[in-house]
Design a protein around this ligand. Structure first.
Ligand SMILES: Nc1ncnc2c1ncn2[C@@H]1O[C@H](COP(=O)(O)OP(=O)(O)OP(=O)(O)O)[C@@H](O)[C@H]1O
Ligand SMILES: [Mg+2]
Length: 386
């Protein structure tokens, strides 16, 4: 467990970077510090491993005031990952990962063998192990950065905007990898980002920091979205917070309907009515795009596939959440959301209106559950029985 008790950091020039921070970070939790630039996220994080000393207040790790513990010993239990990955350019990937274990006295050979295992864990091809950092993509370098922090198996992992320099697709992969790793390793992770989507996706708990280094809200992500504690939080999480909140609701009971599909070679013979859309799929039923009557005429007139079809929207993985389901429906050129299975094959369609009905039903059930709980409490209070 990590606690901040009334922690303030003022830099020598008078800037208050963190103002009276009180926070309790549970063991094995994934906590995200989120907020706009300059609100004190990095400063707060670096006080945990004593890279920065607080001006006042107390920070404890496992019940001990860290001001009284040895900084080297403290840092041994804390991995640290930064945006640029911070790899040593003149050492190979495997040696970068083995650095700390070797410093600690492990034999180079044992450390390298262990490092290969960690690289595999973070989803990196072992063939990359003998490369130098400059020979890797940004996303691969980040994976090495995570592997290096994990190599010494510290119970605490600090990550300061580790994925902010990579493109959105790689970033999503890295996030998925982090969630998988955390489910397996159960570290106490503190993760800094200024991206609310990333915070909501990764955090068990998120701490929203605001102007002048003041903590605005510390809650589960769904609560931050549904009940922002301050105007600042409401504006920070954005106007579409209701939409983001859908990611915490299951789409399990949303009906999957049959969907009309066609393979590329059959397009010429399709007979469609005005306003009717058909999904073009491969032999493996991977979606390729949508086509309507105009597109079919185009194909017959010899126009290319790309000119005749509309690119598909986002896809709804069966078993996913309401946000994915609704997004699939509203981003689809046909208005029909495409549902796929784990292998990426089309299994059917979801309907936007039905998704909203489903949301309304979930909310109604929650309201009723709340009310009946309230009623139970009342009757218990009256006569002492339930
Ligand atoms: N060494 C320093 N000396 C003086 N002021 C500093 C120093 N380091 C940070 N600050 C200031 O403290 C405040 C908080 O900085 P910090 O780096 O903690 O913010 P942050 O939330 O991590 O921002 P970002 O999202 O841009 O990384 C900022 O106003 C910053 O300018
Ligand atoms: Mg920062």
């Amino acid at each position: 467990m990590i606690t901040f008790e009334n922690v303030t950091k003022q830099y020598p020039d008078g800037t208050t970077a963190v103002d009276s921070l009180n926070l309790r970070i549970e063991p094995e939790s994934f906590t995200v510090f989120v907020g706009p630039s300059g609100c004190g996220k990095t400063t707060s994080m670096r006080m945990i491993n004593r890279m920065i000393a607080p001006t006042s207040g107390v920070i404890t790790v496992d019940g001990k005031n860290i001001a009284h513990s040895d900084a080297v010993t403290l840092r041994r239990g804390i991995g640290y990952v930064i945006q640029s990955a911070g790899l040593l350019p003149h050492r190979t990937v495997v040696d970068n990962v083995a650095t700390v274990p070797v410093l600690r006295g492990e034999s180079r050979r044992a450390a390298r063998t262990a490092a290969l295992g960690v690289l595999e864990r973070v989803g990196l091809d072992p063939a990359m192990a003998s490369r130098y950092p400059a020979q890797l993509s940004g996303g691969q370098q980040q994976r090495v950065g995570v592997a290096r922090a994990l190599a010494a198996d510290p119970p605490i992992l600090l990550m300061d905007e580790p994925f902010s320099a990579v493109d959105p697709v790689v970033r999503e992969d890295l996030q998925t990898e982090m969630l998988r790793l955390q489910a397996e390793l159960k570290k106490t992770i503190v993760f800094v980002t200024h991206d609310i989507d990333e915070a909501v996706r990764l955090g068990d708990t998120i701490a929203v920091f605001g102007p002048a280094g003041r903590l605005q809200q510390y809650d589960r992500p769904e609560t931050v979205l549904s009940s922002p504690a301050t105007d600042f939080v409401a504006s920070f999480v954005g106007r579409d917070r209701g939409y983001r909140g859908l990611s915490f609701r299951t789409a399990g009971a949303v009906p999957i309907h049959d969907i009309e599909t066609s393979m590329t070679e059959d397009l010429e013979n399709l007979r469609l009515e005005q306003g009717q859309w058909v999904l073009v799929v491969t032999a493996e039923r991977t979606p390729l795009g949508w086509i309507d009557v105009t597109g079919v005429e185009g194909i017959r007139a010899g126009r290319s596939f790309e000119q005749s079809t509309a690119a598909g929207g986002s896809l709804f993985p069966v078993g996913g959440d309401l946000r994915q389901a609704l997004d699939a429906a509203i981003s689809s050129p046909s208005g029909i959301g495409v549902a796929i299975d784990r292998s990426g094959a089309v299994v059917g369609s979801v309907d936007g209106a039905e998704i909203l009905e489903h949301l309304a039903a979930q909310r109604k059930a929650e309201d009723e559950a709340r009310n009946s709980h309230h009623f139970d409490t009342l009757s218990l209070g009256k006569d002492g029985t339930s």
